[in-house]
Ligand binder design. Structure first.
Ligand code: A3P
Length: 293
C-alpha cells in the first residue's frame, strides 16, 4: 500500500501545526478535565512515553497482568490532541478511560492547554529535554513517522528546528512557556530528561512525592527496573510496535535513549551556529539544560 502523503505545516494561532493535532480542536478546547486528572506535557521526543509508563505503573501495576500485556501505553495514556480517523481520537479515548486518575498526554504549548485543566487545578508533569538531543530524536522520529511533515536531511531539519518550524512550533517557546507557567501554577512539576537518565530512582521519588504516593521500596524498585530503556525497548506495550504507521525499520521508536547523542549528528559548524542562536533565545538564567552528563 502506498504511504499516505506527508502533511504540511500551517500557522495555527501563531504556532506551526499539522491538521491531525488541530482537527479535533473544539473537543480539545472543551475537554472537561476532572480534578484528579494528571496531564503529562512535553515537547515531542522529550521522554513522554517514559514518564507515561512510570506513572501508569505507579498507579495501576496492581491491576492484573492483562493490562501489562494487552493494553499499549498510548491507550492507557491517551494523546489529547491526536485525531486520525478511524482511530479513536485522544479526547474520545480520554473520556472512555475506565481508570482513575486519568493519565493524559499532550504536546501542546502551554497557551493551548484546555482551560478546564487549570480550572480543576489538575496536577501537571512537564518533561523537558536539552534542545540538541531533542532535535536529533525529533529528526529520527519524523523519518519513521509518515504522519509527520517531511524531515528532509539533517541540516534542513536542524535549521527548521532552530526556526521553530516543526509540529508544535518552537522548542524554545515551548520549554520557556511552560517554565513561566510553573512560576504561577503550583500544581506543575517541571522535570528534565537528563535527570531521569542520571538517576531514575531519584526522579521516581520526586514524582511520588509530587503525586502524594508512597509505594514500598520494593514497588519503587520494580517500577525502576520495568522502565529502563532496554526493558521498554523489549516491551511491545511500550515500544510502539503495535502501530503499523511507524516504520521502525527506518528508525526504532526506542532509538538510543541517551544524553549526548547530538554529538554524533552536529558538525562543528552546526554546533557553533546552534549555540549562538541558543544564547539569543534562552535568556532565562533559571532554566538550565544539560547537554551531557
Ligand atoms: P531517542 O530518540 O533519543 O532514543 P517521546 O516518548 O517523548 O516520544 O520520547 C522518545 C525519546 O525518549 C526517544 O529518544 C526514546 O528512546 C526515549 N526514551 C523512551 N523511554 C526511555 C527510557 N526508558 N530511557 C531512556 N530514554 C527513553
Amino acid at each position: 500500500m502506498a504511504a499516505p502523503p506527508r502533511p504540511e505545516l500551517f500557522d495555527f494561532h501563531g504556532v506551526p501545526m499539522i491538521n491531525i493535532f488541530t482537527d479535533d480542536w473544539d473537543n480539545i478546547q472543551n475537554f472537561k478535565a476532572r480534578p484528579d486528572d494528571i496531564l503529562i506535557a512535553t515537547y515531542p521526543k522529550a521522554g513522554t512515553t517514559w514518564v507515561s509508563y512510570i506513572l501508569d505503573l505507579l498507579y495501576f501495576s496492581d491491576m492484573g497482568p492483562d493490562r501489562q500485556t494487552t493494553i499499549p501505553i498510548h491507550e492507557r495514556v491517551p494523546f489529547l490532541e491526536f485525531c486520525v480517523p478511524p482511530i479513536p481520537s485522544g479526547t474520545d479515548l480520554a473520556e472512555q478511560l475506565p481508570t482513575t486518575p486519568r493519565l493524559i498526554k499532550t504536546h501542546l504549548p502551554v497557551q493551548f492547554v484546555p482551560k478546564s485543566f487549570w480550572e480543576q487545578d489538575c496536577r501537571i508533569i512537564y518533561v523537558a529535554r536539552n534542545a540538541k538531543d531533542n532535535a536529533v530524536s525529533y529528526f529520527h522520529f519524523d523519518r519513521m513517522n509518515s504522519l509527520q511533515p517531511e524531515p528532509g536531511d539533517w541540516s534542513t531539519f536542524l535549521q527548521e528546528f532552530m526556526e521553530g518550524n516543526r509540529a508544535f512550533g518552537s522548542w524554545y517557546d515551548h520549554v520557556n512557556g511552560w517554565w513561566e507557567k510553573k512560576q504561577t501554577y503550583s500544581n506543575l512539576l517541571y522535570m528534565f530528561y537528563e535527570d531521569l537518565i542520571e538517576d531514575s530512582g531519584q526522579e521516581i521519588e520526586r514524582l511520588c512525592s509530587f503525586l502524594g504516593l508512597s509505594p514500598s521500596a520494593e514497588e519503587k524498585e520494580r517500577v525502576r527496573v520495568s522502565v529502563t530503556f532496554d526493558n521498554m525497548k523489549q516491551n511491545n506495550m511500550t515500544n510502539y510496535s503495535t502501530i503499523p504507521l511507524l516504520n521502525q525499520t527506518v528508525s526504532p521508536f526506542m532509538r538510543k535513549g541517551k544524553v549526548g547523542d547530538w554529538k554524533n549528528h552536529f558538525t562543528v559548524l552546526q554546533n557553533e551556529q546552534f549555540d549562538e542562536d541558543y544564547e539569543h533565545k534562552m535568556k532565562n538564567p533559571a532554566l538550565k539544560f544539560r547537554f551531557e552528563i
